[in-house]
Ligand binder design. Structure first.
Ligand code: GDP
Ligand code: MG
Length: 198
């Protein structure tokens, strides 16, 4: 549990909006440890592989989108979640390949759900205040779908421990994930806070 890893990408809009430092700072201050990082311009192939690691993702993303519309009393662009999901995958390829992104692996207790909590919900219009997407973005399903582009929500984070494992294997070589100790690990995880007093 204490060494759980999660995969994060600062998407092209996050890099362009100079949010790299802000985003890294939010994960650092909660106590997570950065164990791998690189800047790349993704290819369509890697984006396609990334989003189809989970064969059920296409349908899930479509269903989530339909719910997002219906919860606001709006009509979704399609009632078929698979059709919607496939449309999202195509616009995601365009989005991710438009410029450099920063890919990272963060490690620590409950890394996957803690990072998702800090990142916030998919649609910035309804992401909680205080989350990265809630604080820095004003996009919506309606606006992005009307313009035929992906929701620009500045960051990706794995949704589950299994998703994280697969995504880390896709984006990083094993030898580029660094096992090291941070001084603060003792304060976060040691059972007894021995050695603090002189
Ligand atoms: P996440 O895990 O919160 O990033 O959300 P998903 O895995 O469901 O979707 C991946 C990404 O696709 C999101 O972060 C958005 O950038 C984009 N996206 C998801 N759903 C929609 C949609 O219905 N319309 C559009 N235009 N983009 C979407
Ligand atoms: Mg996702």
């Amino acid at each position: 549990m204490k060494t759980e890893k999660t995969f994060v990408i600062i998407k092209p809009d996050g890099v362009q909006r100079s949010l790299i430092g802000e985003i890294i700072g939010r994960f650092e201050r909660v106590g997570l440890k950065l164990v791998a990082m690189k800047m790349v311009v993704p290819t369509e192939e890697i984006v396609g592989s990334h989003y189809t690691l989970d064969p059920a993702w296409i349908k899930k993303v479509g269903e989530k989108s339909i719910k997002g519309y219906e919860s606001k009393g709006q009509v979704p662009p399609s009632k078929d979640p698979i059709e919607l999901g496939n449309r999202v995958l195509e616009v995601l390829k365009k989005y991710f390949t438009s410029g450099p992104v920063v890919a990272m692996v963060w490690q620590g207790a409950h890394a996957v759900p803690v990072v998702r909590k800090i990142v916030g919900g998919t649609e910035p219009l309804t992401s909680d205040v205080g989350t990265i997407r809630g604080d820095f973005v004003l996009d919506s399903y309606q606006m992005s779908d009307t313009d035929g582009r992906a929701i620009r929500n500045v960051i990706h984070a794995s949704g589950s421990v299994d998703e994280a494992k697969n995504e880390i294997d896709l984006w990083f070589k094993k030898e580029n994930i660094i096992n090291y100790r941070l001084v603060q690990d003792a304060i976060l995880y040691d059972v007894n806070l021995d050695g603090l007093l002189e």
